[in-house]
Ligand binder design. Structure first.
Ligand SMILES: [Zn+2]
Length: 415
């Protein structure tokens, strides 16, 4: 393989410019004269008040601990950060001219040094606004430059840097700010290929960052995809050749379905695990003689049963148990007065979901379509984390529908 020439000079990422125009100007108390603060892995120069500066260092250390654990590599050397409240507090010599306009509402990480393939010696410096978690975001880029020499393709670098901004210790649920979530909820859905397109440029607007964050958050936390995503990320950072499409080639349809489900229910508190789908349960058609039994957990999202239903066929079901829809509220499978805690169902066929329909504690119902029966405890998707308990559901075919021989269906594998 031909040797690459030594790459000397600058690499940089410029991020999150334009958030301010959306939110308007926020006022921050300022200590005026920039001061220096140090922690184990960061040196921060800032005009933030002392208490805020110390709090920022603490947050950055926690974030660094989490990303180092995630990528399985410690930071190689401390990162220097300039965190700016008001650039008029900064003498001309204290901020590079390139960074000055950017730190008013965004951030930039400038890496200097040498790199040849995987051999590098880079020093990254962060210049960031004190607002919107920009310093944490930029610190993720600086960690990647110091540890791997690169930050990866734009969608990955910026999505993971936003993860660094929102990451909370011991909490893997969604914690992005309301304006990010509102924007994503209002947007038309974006194809995976568009979010992961390699021809994107850094600093192209917070809306694109929001999509990259959403996909990274989903892939970091969904148990069906997270191991492969970690491998893909390490391959990006070690300059391997794996692409997103190649990494998930055998699962793209499933991944697309689950990502759309995640985006549909997106909100603060949503756990990406609750939108993970169980594709392994192979459904069969219940008959009047064969009873299908499934356990349904209150804490989880849609849960596949082993029953494949036929449109127009009547089914009987019974349930056993109670569950909690908060740390205190125990309810039966009928649910409370607001219908929370009630057993509800959908059918899935060819990656399409039917409209949800209610079941309750026992009774009969007619299948509204063909598909695998999927169940859950009805509760706000963003409030499943404090649920507990499970119920057992038994289902069998009811009386035969005219023109259809239910017994003939016994033993038929549907997928
Ligand atoms: Zn960035």
């Amino acid at each position: 393989m031909a040797e690459q020439p030594w790459n000397r000079g600058l690499a940089f990422r410029r991020c999150l410019v334009s958030v301010l125009t959306l939110l308007g100007t926020l006022t921050y108390a300022t200590a005026d004269e920039p001061q220096d603060y140090r922690s184990r892995n960061f040196v921060v120069h800032t005009d933030l008040p002392k208490e805020d500066a110390e709090q920022l260092l603490e947050k950055m250390e926690v974030m660094l601990k989490m990303i180092s654990r995630y990528w399985g590599a410690p930071l190689r050397k401390p990162v220097e950060c300039y965190v700016v409240v008001d650039d008029s507090n900064w003498p001309p010599a204290d901020l590079p001219a390139q960074a000055r306009p950017i730190v008013q509402s965004g951030g930039i990480t400038i890496a200097q040094g040498t790199r040849r393939g995987n051999v590098f010696n880079l020093t990254a410096t962060v210049y960031a606004s004190s607002k919107f978690g920009t310093a944490q975001h930029e610190a993720v880029h600086a960690y990647c430059y110091h540890t791997f020499g690169v930050t990866g393709p734009t969608w990955y670098a910026e999505g993971m840097a936003e993860m660094g901004n929102y990451w909370k210790e011991d909490d893997s649920s969604v914690t992005a700010p309301p304006y990010v979530i509102d924007f994503l909820k209002r947007s038309r859905s974006k194809p995976l290929s568009e979010i992961t397109d390699n021809n994107q440029r850094t600093g192209d607007g917070w809306q694109n960052y929001a999509w990259r964050w959403a996909l990274c958050h989903f892939l970091v936390n969904n148990p069906n995809y997270r191991d492969r995503f970690r491998q893909l990320g390490i391959s990006y950072l070690k300059q391997g050749t794996t692409s997103f499409e190649r990494a998930y080639a055998s699962q793209l349809q499933e991944l697309d379905f689950e990502f759309r489900l995640f985006m549909q229910h997106l909100g603060v508190g949503l756990n990406a695990e609750s939108t993970a789908w169980n594709w392994k349960t192979r459904p069969r058609k219940p008959s009047t003689k064969r009873t299908m039994t499934t356990k349904v957990y209150a804490k989880r999202g849609w849960q596949a049963t082993n029953a494949q239903l036929t449109q127009g066929q009547q089914y009987r079901f019974t349930t056993d148990g109670k569950w909690f829809i908060s740390s205190e509220e125990e309810v039966g499978v009928e649910g409370n007065a607001n219908g929370e805690g009630r057993l509800e169902a959908v059918l899935i066929e060819n990656f399409q979901l039917s409209e949800p329909f209610e079941l309750g504690s026992s009774g009969t119902f007619t299948a509204p379509g063909n598909g695998q029966l999927v169940l859950r405890c009805r509760d706000k998707w963003t409030q499943l984390n404090d649920n507990s308990g499970s119920i057992s559901v038994k289902i069998q075919a009811g009386r035969e529908v005219a023109g259809r021989d239910a017994a003939a269906d016994v033993g038929v594998e549907s997928r």
